[in-house]
Each structure stands twice: as structure tokens, then as C-alpha cells.
Design a protein around this ligand. Structure first.
Ligand SMILES: [Zn+2]
Ligand SMILES: [Zn+2]
Length: 85
């Protein structure tokens, strides 16, 4: 089955050991991470990813939520990657 386009911030969970991975760079490849010999499961949540418009640094929220987050880099507010829709 063809998966949807890979999105920045997507999270995959290993059902065996609980390892989580998150997409930092996304392209058109067919991402299908495997852990413990099992296909990792795509979770519903997307981690928020922000980038600095000046130096292009990127940060990702890996725990908690981004509601009160206002990351600053190079004295500028970092921008959040657009969510789909
Ligand atoms: Zn595992
Ligand atoms: Zn910066």
C-alpha cells in the first residue's frame, strides 16, 4: 500500500521496544522505518518543527506541546513549518 507523503514532524513508534523516531527532513521517498524487525507504526501526532529565517537552524518539539513556545534564534522569532491543510 502506498503511504501518504512524508511530512516533517511525523512520528513512528516501535510496537516492541517503544523507540520513537521523528522526521526532520522529508522528501518524496517511501519512508518505512523498521525496528526490532517490525515495521514502525505511524502515530497521529506531528512534532512541531521551527526554523530560523536567518541561519536556517531547525528545532523540533519532542515532548510536551508547543502552545506556549516562542523560540528565538538570531534575535528573530523562529517560524513554524506549515502543517498540511
Ligand atoms: Zn524496537
Ligand atoms: Zn538563527
Amino acid at each position: 500500500m502506498k503511504s501518504d507523503k512524508t511530512l516533517i514532524g511525523q512520528v513512528y513508534l516501535c510496537p516492541i521496544c517503544g523507540a520513537e523516531v521523528s522526521v526532520i527532513k522529508a522528501d518524496n521517498g517511501d519512508l518505512a522505518p523498521v525496528c526490532c524487525n517490525e515495521q514502525m507504526v505511524l502515530k497521529k501526532k506531528l512534532n512541531a518543527v521551527y526554523f530560523c529565517p536567518v541561519c536556517k537552524s531547525e528545532i523540533m518539539v519532542v515532548r510536551g506541546n508547543e502552545n506556549n513556545l516562542e523560540p528565538i534564534c538570531c534575535n528573530k522569532k523562529m517560524k513554524r513549518y506549515k502543517l498540511p491543510e
